[in-house]
Design a protein around this ligand. Structure first.
Ligand code: AMP
Ligand code: MG
Length: 331
């Protein structure tokens, strides 16, 4: 079993030594738990892909603790990048910028750009500072599966390949970072996440949407199936009653309900409500934990309620859509 340790000074020291030795450490961030490796060590990076069974075409996010660390990994930062970092770092915003030679191809899947972010979590920041090098970290889950928002989620999804898990409690934001590419003229949103697009546009003007090309995704968020539970999951159409979403042949199934605010009439073997008060922040923070719990109930089918795609609702709906597709449901 992979050790789960509290983030004491001693354990942080142990964790940073493991990273320096090229091994993997899972650590908490405000978005989800990460699976970290020394971003400048190709052999260590290879272990991330191996542990997650992640395809090599899927580049990693590099995490830093100080703005000064950017100089060694990014070539240039323009006024837009500075503005965004001033406002949203540390926080759930990842910027894609032109990379330096120091960043191994494995971290960027051979792209000339690197994705960087400064996480807003004291444990993540302390670990990166102590390590003294940038830490590449995707979410600490097998590729394509549910993201972890607790240390137990990580422990339950891996049996080997990780030196230790630092336990920092529940993740506050609960959905992954927003990814914004500043590689071209127009900023492009590659993944919706913890910072709503509206907030980016208020600061830097119009943000384009990445053309979803499933053949060559520039973010795995763009793959049609991702964040998937093992249980089949169906996302309801807005305004449609749940009874209509169940075919006549499916009436005997053990159904689960993932609701935004409430539970409709009907027979459900398990129910999770994201936010009884209708708060999208609370819904995002609870999303993956609710899905993990439903996934552990031996259900035949989870019905998920849609929500308005504004603010954080866009990130939540993105996860629900991909989770449904990844679970084998056609849209
Ligand atoms: P994950 O670590 O699974 O949350 O995902 C990291 C995300 O960042 C993925 O969607 C990557 O494809 C994306 N990403 C990382 N580096 C780049 C890059 N250089 N250009 C575009 N997307 C990137
Ligand atoms: Mg992930």
């Amino acid at each position: 079993m992979i050790p789960v340790l509290p983030p004491s000074e001693e354990n942080l020291r142990f964790a940073s030594a493991e990273l320096a030795a090229g091994r993997l450490v899972s650590f908490p961030t405000e978005t989800v738990y990460g699976l970290g490796a020394n971003a400048l060590d190709p052999a260590a990076l290879a272990r991330i892909f191996e542990a997650k069974r992640r395809p090599f075409f899927d580049p990693l996010i590099v995490h830093i603790a100080e703005r000064d660390s950017l100089d060694s990994i990014c070539v240039r930062r323009d006024a837009r990048a500075e503005k965004l970092m001033d406002r949203f770092w540390p926080g759930p915003l990842t910027l894609v910028l032109a990379k330096t030679e120091a960043v191994p191809d494995l971290a960027t899947s051979g792209l000339p750009t690197v994705a960087v972010r400064m996480p807003a979590h004291p444990v993540a920041l302390a670990l990166i500072r102590m390590a003294g090098f940038p830490v590449a970290a995707p979410s600490a889950n097998p590729f394509g599966r549910l993201s972890p928002t607790t240390a137990a989620h990580v422990r339950d999804q891996f049996s080997e390949g990780i030196a230790l898990i630092l336990d920092g409690g529940d993740c506050r934001v609960g959905v992954e970072s927003t990814i914004l590419s500043l590689a071209g003229e127009t900023p492009v949103l590659l993944r919706s996440g913890g910072i709503p697009r509206e907030q980016l546009e208020a600061l830097i003007g119009p943000v384009g949407l990445a053309g979803a090309n499933p053949e060559k995704p520039s973010a795995p968020g763009q793959l049609p199936g991702h964040y998937a539970p093992r249980t089949r999951m169906r996302l309801l159409r807005a305004g449609a009653p749940p009874a209509q979403a169940v075919a006549p042949g499916e009436t005997g199934l053990r159904l689960g309900w993932l609701g935004f605010r409430g539970v409709p009439a009907g027979r459900f073997a398990a129910v999770e409500i994201l936010s009884p008060s209708g708060d999208p922040r609370e819904a995002a923070a609870r999303l993956f934990a609710c899905l993990h719990r439903l996934d552990a109930q031996s259900l035949d089918l989870i019905l998920a309620e849609p929500m308005a795609e504004e603010g954080l609702g866009a990130a939540i709906m993105d996860r629900l859509r991909k989770a449904a597709a990844g679970s084998g449901e056609s849209p």
